[in-house]
Ligand binder design. Structure first.
Ligand code: NAX
Length: 336
């Protein structure tokens, strides 16, 4: 059992994903059953009561690993001593809001939060941005934290990754736990590229299995373009349509997967995370883009040397172009 609890800051803790996250973290599912946790819940004033209610329920759950829960409406206090920061709270897009308005509203959240992390978080802080537009929000937060190494800022594409695993599992008839080496490239948006080229199912090539099932490589490409890629990329909209509300438990689960693998390491192939690009695969340096990643010694490393055909290149370039546009837009707004 760890002596000193790990401090985890959760922003938007009074919201839906926050509610789905808190109890799993306190139960030890994120950092393990040997690690005590201290939770810092950050909300805006209107959300504080909901976070306080969640804190009461956390107490009532009597989690042995839960050392402490505090609720804050001040980012500096909430990030004080933070080892893991889950930036979930964001400004949603509302009717009539232009993209620039959305980026500006979120810049007003993620800039100050990045600065508070810079000034008050622990030296080993790890940040994952869930609130949308997640990649660019992470870019803004990182830009306001010049003393924190850029590789500590990430954005969540693990939900997209998990969605891709689930779709492939159903398509090739292999249990989801035996699907490996799928990649989400680019932005957590409809332009993302879920890539199965190097994926395996129980050790067999997924493209080969799909070709055998669908009747050849051309039929496979058509299935990928017409069904698989849009289904994964637009799954969030499908969930809203069916459930009447956006993805919550699956988003919380993916956040837990992301942090668990980051801290404890990946063991069976790679996963996907949006990390600050070092220029790998031609993605401009500094953009927060999703890549195939492995976690080694507590750090994400981009898997190198994967071959990309013209189709993959085109898809990655399109999503990266969107990230470049978002970066230009936030630069123009003075947010970087
Ligand atoms: P909710 O609206 O239920 O909760 C958001 C909470 O954030 C609210 O309680 C609000 O008061 C709080 N908040 C707003 N501004 C804040 C600030 N400056 N500091 C602290 N708290 C603040 O939304 P929820 O369903 O929990 O979704 C949260 C975010 O996750 C949204 O931006 C959503 O778009 C995003 N998602 C990202 C996903 C991903 O894969 N990256 C998938 C799921 C989800 O769509």
């Amino acid at each position: 059992m760890s002596v000193k609890p790990v401090t985890i800051t959760i922003t938007g803790a009074g919201g839906q994903i926050g509610y789905a996250l808190l109890f799993r973290i306190a139960a030890g599912e994120m950092l393990g059953s040997d690690t005590r946790v201290r939770l810092h819940l950050l909300e805006i004033p209107q959300g504080v009561r909901a976070a306080e209610g969640a804190a009461l329920e956390l107490h009532d759950s009597a989690f042995p690993l839960l050392a402490h829960v505090d609720v804050f409406d001040d980012a500096r206090a909430a990030f004080s001593g933070s080892n893991v920061a889950l930036l979930v709270g964001a400004r949603p897009r509302t009717a009539g809001m232009e993209r620039g308005d959305l980026l500006a509203a979120n810049g007003g959240i993620f800039g100050p939060q990045g600065a508070a992390i810079n000034a008050h978080a622990a030296d080993d802080v790890r940040v994952v941005v869930v609130g949308n537009p997640a990649n660019t929000n992470a870019l803004i937060a990182a830009a306001h934290a010049p003393d924190v190494p850029a590789d500590r800022f990430t954005a969540l594409t693990r939900l997209d990754h998990n969605r891709a695993l689930a779709q492939l599992s159903a398509a090739v008839g292999t249990p989801v736990g035996e699907i490996r080496d799928v990649t989400i490239w680019g932005n957590h948006s409809a332009t993302q590229f879920p890539d199965v080229e190097h994926a395996t199912a129980a050790g067999q090539s997924v493209p080969a299995l799909l070709a055998a099932r669908l009747g050849g490589t051309e039929a496979t490409r058509a299935w990928l373009v017409d069904h698989f890629i849009p289904r994964v990329a637009k799954r969030g909209a499908e969930i809203i349509e069916v459930r009447g509300s956006s993805s919550v438990a699956s988003a919380a689960s993916a956040t837990i997967d992301h942090v668990r693998d980051w801290v404890r390491g990946t063991s069976s192939g790679w996963t996907s995370a949006a990390v600050v690009s070092d220029g790998s695969y031609g993605v401009p340096e500094g953009l927060v883009s999703s890549f195939p990643v492995e976690s080694v010694d507590g750090q994400w490393r981009v898997v190198q040397g994967l071959s990309l055909d013209a189709f993959a290149r085109h898809r990655i370039d399109a999503s990266v172009a969107e990230l470049v546009d978002e970066r230009e837009a936030v630069r123009a707004l003075g947010l970087l």
